[in-house]
Design a protein around this ligand. Structure first.
Ligand SMILES: [Zn+2]
Length: 402
């Protein structure tokens, strides 16, 4: 059933869009939302609805006074086509190169060493012409299976389960219209992680910074001692930043300062950065560094330079203290199902991080997927089953807590 569910979801085109400011960013996300609404109703959940902003919610009442939220996103990344997905199902994968037949290309373990670990499993890939959408329809399918299990096993003591399937995660707007209070869960999990065992309770602190340099343009023939070239100053400023802080030189817990845009003329130039660090103090130090460098360059070139820093999101770790038990029980549920937990800090954000700061603590569990956002995306069915088993174990453990 898990396989059938997953394959039916990935065939629905739900790509979100960076260009649109609508909510949801693309109307087609309603196609999956309405299918899920019907399936939740068929399972007998209470209060099933799809909001105008395309958030699907429903409640499976439990036996304790607590409510666990389970969340996954329905959209797929605009980085690659998600239309007309034609999954390939490879039983008992031999660990070798996988032909992606629609594009005449091969997914080779030489390029993707993690394929080794999927040997012997049921591998689901794309045909090479689209992404797969395991991110995050694997999460959606897994949550549906968990719900179906507890609908069939009504007498097991457990918290109520409130489900939400959300749009627009891939364009960073998944939780904009999400009302934590109305949702009414005490704590939650997103199922939106990667390979087997991944469990995230930490992510980056994130900000964006724009530096705008005012120049003074004069005909270059008569520019002596008069021209102030904003482009020169921008280049000087950027090169004064520590090279080792660039993303291509960082990993694990190392933060970065990333120049992702540079526009300008002699008269005015702008540099666009993102700042990232897991550690709050180091995150602040990045901002201080930019501020002092801007001050220095203002002095050096005697021209106005403007710095605008906007915070984007914060490390959810700070909000996890009240739900230590949820983390402990999830780790125990993983071990109970013979899955070695990989607790690694996310080098990015998650919807769960935003929700944690809105008051709903929300760690992120693996779905089993690999190579997201492109045509090499794949997932092993057995790893998806493990995610289902772990969440079922977790719900039972939470039910025994009181
Ligand atoms: Zn995702």
């Amino acid at each position: 059933m898990l396989k059938e569910r997953f394959l039916s979801y990935v065939k629905i085109h739900t790509t979100s869009s960076e260009e649109s400011s609508d909510s949801p960013s693309t109307k087609r996300q309603f196609d999956l939302a309405h299918l899920l609404e019907k399936e939740l109703q068929d399972l007998g959940l209470e209060g099933v609805q799809v909001s105008d902003q395309c958030i699907v919610t429903g409640l499976l009442p439990g036996t304790t006074s607590e409510t666990l939220g389970l969340l996954a996103h329905m959209d797929t990344s605009p980085d690659y086509s998600g239309e007309n997905v034609k999954p390939q199902v490879i039983e008992n994968y031999d660990g070798g190169p996988v032909p992606l037949k629609g594009a005449g290309i091969t997914m080779d373990p030489k390029d993707f060493p993690d394929l080794e670990g999927l040997k012997g499993k049921t591998l689901i890939t794309t045909d090479g012409t689209t992404l797969l959408g395991a991110d995050d329809k694997a999460g959606v399918a897994e949550i549906m299976e968990v719900l179906a299990y507890f609908v069939d096993h009504k007498d097991i003591p457990r918290p109520s389960i409130k489900v939400a399937f959300t749009p627009d995660e891939e364009v960073g707007r998944g939780t904009d219209a999400f009302d934590v209070k109305e949702f009414g869960a005490d704590y939650a999990l997103t199922l939106d992680g990667g390979p087997l065992g991944e469990f995230s309770i930490e992510n980056f602190n994130a900000a964006s910074a724009t530096i705008t340099i005012e120049g003074r343009n004069i005909h270059p023939g008569s520019a002596k001692n008069q021209m102030i070239n904003a482009l020169d100053i921008a280049a000087d400023l950027h090169m004064a930043l520590p090279v080792e802080k660039r993303p291509q030189h960082t990993e694990d817990r190392e933060g970065f300062i990333h120049l992702h845009g540079f526009t300008g003329k002699v008269e005015e130039a702008s540099l666009f950065y993102i700042l990232r660090d897991h550690d709050k103090e180091k995150f602040q130090a990045q901002k201080d560094l930019l501020a002092s460098l801007v001050d220095y360059m203002k002095e050096k070139y005697q021209t106005p330079i403007h710095l605008d820093i906007q915070d984007s999101y914060y490390n959810m770790k700070e909000k996890m203290a009240p739900v230590d038990f949820l983390i402990e029980e999830t780790l125990s549920a993983m071990k109970e199902n013979d899955v070695e937990p990989l607790v690694i800090p996310i080098r990015g954000g998650t919807d769960g991080a935003q929700l944690s700061y809105k008051g709903l603590p929300c760690p992120n569990l693996f779905t089993g997927g690999h190579h997201y956002h492109g045509r090499y995306e794949c997932v092993a069915l057995e790893d998806m089953e493990k995610a289902v088993d772990i969440v079922i174990s977790l719900v039972k453990r939470l039910g025994e807590r009181k």
